[in-house]
Design a protein around this ligand. Sequence first.
Ligand code: ASP
Ligand code: MG
Length: 401
Amino acid sequence: MNVIQKYGGTSLESIEKIRAVAKHIASIRKEGDGIVIVASAMGKTTDELIALANEVGKEVPKRELDALLATGEQKTVALLAIALQNLGVPAVSMTGFQSGFITTDHHSKARIKEINTERTEQYLKEGKVVVLTGFQGISEEGDITTLGRGGSDTTAVAIAAQMGWDCEIYTDVDAIFTTDPKINPNARKLDRITYEELMELASTGAAVMETRSVELAKKYNVKLYIGRSLEGNIRKGTYVMNDSIYIEEMPVTGISISDDCSIYSLRGLENDGVAIANLFQLLADLHINVDMISKQTYENNKCTISFSCTDEQASDLDKAIENHELLREILVEKQPNLSILSLVGVGMATATGVASKVFSILAKEGIQYYQITTSEISISVTVNRDEKIKAVIALCEAFGL
Ligand code: ASP
Ligand code: MG
C-alpha cells in the first residue's frame, strides 16, 4: 500500500523515539509499498530555536528566522533516515528545497504553490522510504520559507493530495474524542469524523491537527487517519472523511473547549455607525482578533457592542482603553476567565432543537452563560471557567457523547 505518514515532534523527541519510529516503519513496510514520511522537529525544538533568535537580537527578520527554524526538521529527517538505513531499510531524507515544495515568499506563513515530486518519485521507484521535512519550502527566489506553526500537517496533506495517496497523522493522542478526556473522563473515542467537524473542533480549541491542513484534505479529498504513533496493526484512531459517506443520527459529534476568553461590553456608544467603525479600527490597530460580536440598539440612539477576545489580547486592550479618547466616556465592562464550549456536528445543519436542548440543560444545572454564536454545524456558548467541567459533563450526557 502507498501511504504518507506524518510523525509529530513528540513522537520524535529523542533518539530512542526516532529509533522506535524507524523500527515501526520497517515492520509495516512490505515489498513494493510506497512510503513517504513527513517529520516535524524533535520535541520542543522549534520553540527553542525561536527563543534563541530572540536572544540574539530585538529584531528578528522573518527570512532569517525561517532559515533557522527549518534546521529543526532537517535534523529529524536526517536522523530518521540514518535510523532506517541502520535497520536495513533503504531510505533517503530531503528538505523542502530538495523535495520541490515551492511556496510563496511570505516568510513564516508561506503557502504552497506547487510540489515538484520528481525526485520523490524517483527514490520511491528505487524502493526507498522517502523522509521529508515538514513545515518548510522554498520560494521562487530560492529562499527557505516555513508554512506557519503546526505546518508539518499541511506538508503531509499537500504531498498526499499531489500523489493521490492516503495520509496518516501520528501524534501523541490516541484518537479524536467526543470531548477532552481530561475534562470528561467518560469522553468516547470517535471512529470517524467529517472534515468539517474536525475543522470546527480544531478551530475552537481541540488542537489535534492544524485547521488549514484539514481544509486542504477536504478540498482534495485526501483520506486522513489520526492516531497514536507505533500503535501496531490494530487501528484505534479516527478516520476523517466526507459527510456523504458518514451517516449519523446524532446532531452533536463533539464538544471542544477553549479556555482563553474574555468578553467586553461597551455601553452607551453612539449608534451612528461611525463610533462602531472607529472602535473596530482601534481593535484592528491593536491586532486584536475579535470573535463573537453582538450589538444591541436602544431608543436613545445609543447601542451596546459586545465582543470576545483572548485573555492575553484583553490585557493589551485594557491598556489601550485607559489611554483612548473614544473610549473614555463609554462604560466598558469586562468579564475575564471565561471558557467557550463549542458543540459541533454536521447533523446540526438539519436537526432542530439543539439550541433549546443546550439552554435547558444549562438552566437545569444552574450554569450561567454569556455570548452565544452559531455556525451551520456548531453552537458555542461562553461560561465561567469554574463551571466548565460541570457544563461539559452535563452536555455530553444530554447529547450522548
Ligand atoms: N516544527 C513546527 C512547529 O513546531 C512545525 C510542526 O511541528 O508542525 O510548529
Ligand atoms: Mg502539530
